[in-house]
Design a protein around this ligand. Structure first.
Ligand code: ZN
Length: 292
């Protein structure tokens, strides 16, 4: 988890919160030292929080205990927390004078699948999902994101004399079902609460260990589901030419549609994208296609 808290913290602290006068006097080396010290002292607690969340995952819109844990953490840090935004979502606000409003986001939900890692803190929890009981697991890394989110909040509040502005930490439900962000927006995320000037989020990924890649704008693709019915026409096996085979039709359709996507020229992302090792970021089209 260590490699996630640091970049999120550094991004928010350096890119967003430092007001122009403070920025002019910014002592990056000292700030880094302060962040490192805070991180080291908080790490055991953050690690325990991560393991607790990992062991007790909850699927979309059932993240009740998870949200309550985060709400308690954020209140203890000094944030003003509003629960049940977009069903199970959270908005935590920390005001620290005039300055930009910076949003930092985590997800809350887990996946309906069995964990087979054998870890001492592996999930054995079950929930009802789509009408059936299923094991639940944090297989997408949202447990890491949540612990990093709390660690970022804690450290930023610890160095509040070095920045001015408003922190808007949000915890989004149902990221795996994609609908959670819209649920929060429909519930007044940007009308009931300050409208952010910038937003940060992180996601664990398939990059090399020890490297961090960042991107402005869209960072990964999304998945939508759709049902298409192919209607064929039955007939005698001796005269297949008189039938319409829906399996062939559907197979051809998949290949055709995929060809359109893979052969379509995409505009390169104009936004900057760097990694900690200065390796070039992959083009937008090469990002993994699974959700979140
Ligand atoms: Zn995810």
């Amino acid at each position: 988890m260590t490699r996630f808290v640091r970049p999120l913290l550094a991004s928010v602290a350096l890119c967003g919160l430092l007001s122009p006068p403070a920025h002019a006097e910014l002592d990056v080396a000292r700030l880094k030292q302060t962040i490192e010290a805070s991180f080291e002292s908080e790490y055991p607690k953050l690690d325990a929080l991560y393991k607790d969340i990992h062991a007790h995952p909850e699927v979309a819109y059932q993240e009740v205990k998870t949200a309550a844990k985060l709400a308690a953490e954020m209140r203890a840090i000094g944030f003003e927390v509003t629960e049940h935004v977009g069903k199970t979502g959270l908005v935590a606000i920390y005001r620290n004078g005039d300055g930009p409003t910076i949003m930092v986001r985590t997800e809350l939900d887990a996946l309906p699948m069995e964990e087979k890692t054998g870890l001492p803190y592996a999930s054995r929890d079950k929930q009802i999902w789509q009408g059936r009981e299923t094991f639940v697991a944090h297989s997408c890394g949202h447990d890491i994101h949540m612990a990093s989110w709390v660690g970022t909040a804690k450290t930023l509040v610890g160095i509040k004399d070095q920045w001015h502005g408003t922190l808007m930490f949000i915890a989004q439900p149902a990221e795996e079902e994609v609908t959670g962000a819209k649920a929060m927006i429909d519930d007044g995320l940007f009308t009931r609460f300050p409208k952010p000037d910038a937003g940060f989020a992180l996601h664990d990924g398939s990059g090399a260990y020890g490297s961090v890649t960042y991107r402005v704008g869209v960072g990964s693709s999304n998945v939508d589901g759709l049902f298409i019915r192919f209607v064929g026409r039955g007939g005698h096996g001796a005269i297949p030419q008189a039938t319409i085979d829906p399996v062939m039709m559907a197979s051809r359709f998949v290949v055709d549609v995929q060809s359109v996507i893979s052969r379509k020229r995409t505009r390169p992302n104009s936004a900057s994208s760097l990694s900690a090792r200065s390796t070039p970021a992959p083009p937008a089209t090469s990002f993994p296609t699974r959700p979140g």
